[in-house]
Design a protein around this ligand. Structure first.
Ligand code: C5P
Length: 220
């Protein structure tokens, strides 16, 4: 059984997907972490991020590990923990180069499908899980939220970690990332025809989780 949760940056996918996975005793797959890990590895190698063959060499030459430990995805590159560093702002800014490279995408999609074969139930989140990676998934959700609200959430999240970034700058970053995810040629951010759209703007985290679990229990 596969549950896909797609949507733009900051729509709450990640937090929601983790809890839904826990509640369904499912394995959790954060596909964005994979794009981030390749980005970080390429940056560390000084790779030209526009050179697809060079990016592919990074993906194939390094040992990427995506393990679930205590319900969260732990990422390592050549044995070094990268769970936190893949969230760095400079990685977020550069991930678009990796996300628009079809050769990288097809390799990562293969890993994602392999992950699904290895687990009985998975909850997975990203941009193209319901459209490209798992078009036959039984449960598909597409989360959206107002950009201003997404910026407010991101601001609160960062403030909790002791970082204060101007909320207008965060909203601008969100709009730019949306544009690059929606406009890219390969596997753009898109709602699958059969996905259930949930606007999370007026909802809190438990509210979104309950909505998803309600739909899943109704159709299971
Ligand atoms: O979800 P997260 O913000 O961690 O994803 C980082 C980036 O990876 C996204 O902005 C997007 O460009 C890319 N991505 C993607 N396809 C996915 C998941 C993430 O292109 N399935």
């Amino acid at each position: 059984m596969i549950v896909t949760i797609d949507g733009p940056a900051g729509s709450g996918k990640s937090s929601v997907a983790k809890i839904v996975a826990e509640r369904l005793s499912a394995a959790f797959l954060d596909s964005g972490a994979m794009y981030r890990a390749v980005t970080l590895a390429a940056m560390d190698e000084g790779t030209n991020l526009e050179d697809q063959a060079a990016l592919l060499a990074v993906l194939e030459g390094k040992d990427f590990n995506f393990d679930i430990t205590g319900g969260r995805m732990v990422v390592s590159i050549d044995g070094i923990d990268a769970t936190e560093s893949i969230r760095r702002l400079d990685v977020t800014e550069n991930v678009k180069y990796i996300a628009r490279a079809p050769m990288i995408r097809s390799k990562l999609v293969e890993i994602q499908r392999q992950f699904a074969r290895e687990h009985e139930i998975i909850v997975t989140e990203g941009r193209d899980l319901g459209t490209v990676v798992f078009p036959d998934a039984k449960f598909k959700f597409f989360l959206v939220a107002d950009p201003a609200e997404r910026a407010r959430r991101r601001h609160a999240e960062l403030a909790e970690k002791g970082t204060d970034i101007d909320i207008a700058k965060l909203e601008e970053d969100i709009r730019l990332r949306d544009a690059s995810d929606i406009e890219r040629e390969h596997s753009p951010l898109l709602k699958a025809d059969d996905a259930i759209e949930i606007d999370t703007t007026p909802l809190d985290l438990p509210g979104v989780v309950e909505k998803i679990l309600f739909y899943v229990s109704r159709k299971a």
